[in-house]
Design a protein around this ligand. Sequence first.
Ligand code: ADP
Ligand SMILES: Nc1ccn([C@@H]2O[C@H](COP(=O)(O)O)[C@@H](O)[C@H]2O)c(=O)n1
Length: 202
Amino acid sequence: MLIIGIAGGTGSGKTTVVNQIVQELPEGEVTVISQDSYYRDTSHLSYDERVKINFDHPKSIDFELLCEHLDQLRAGETIEQPVYSFVKHNRTSDKVITHPRKVVIVEGILILTHPEIRDLFDVKIYVHADSDERLIRRLKRDIAERGRDLEEVLTRYQTTLKPMHQQFIEPTKEYADIIIPYNRYNTVAIDIVRSIINERLV
Ligand SMILES: Nc1ncnc2c1ncn2[C@@H]1O[C@H](COP(=O)(O)OP(=O)(O)O)[C@@H](O)[C@H]1O
Ligand SMILES: Nc1ccn([C@@H]2O[C@H](COP(=O)(O)O)[C@@H](O)[C@H]2O)c(=O)n1
């Protein structure tokens, strides 16, 4: 099994990169695990309390469960990946049945901060986009897809996204084997990662 970790700030293009990598790879050979699915279960909190959570701090992620699931996949076992709602700020009651595959891609802002998970990756990738570009993308995406408004995104950016990015996310760039510049759609970099995967699939 080849396990690839894809990190980078919010809005850098991680999900887009993963989708582009997976397109054109043989179906049934690759599975994707999103760190977002592993936000901690906060059902014991009210909505108003959940809104105030710092979702860019490592402690907001249930790394124990993520670790357990990656170990299970490596052992050839099927897992039940939680499903997260950005509108409710909580896990839903749904699960996605996820089977082990030859290639497992794990993506998320904080995945390289956790030493045990970092050690599981055969290839570590960091997607880089400038902070103004990331903020613009995040604004558009969160308003269109995550039920947010301008005020919400900007306040969260100033209070948590920016400081947490500087403190926890940007420093993990040093662990990366490959840094993908993604201010523009970088098809050359995607082709390189695809060929690394294809070599392993032969
Ligand atoms: N290179 C790019 N140029 C312009 N828009 C992009 C680019 N990459 C991603 N986007 C858009 O920016 C938003 C955030 O991208 P996404 O892949 O979700 O980032 P991440 O997963 O890192 O938060 C999405 O709406 C996506 O379509
Ligand atoms: N309830 C939540 C949970 C997380 N976020 C933000 O999501 C970002 C990470 O996801 P990306 O797809 O952008 O990598 C992170 O920056 C959190 O602030 C949220 O807004 N609400």
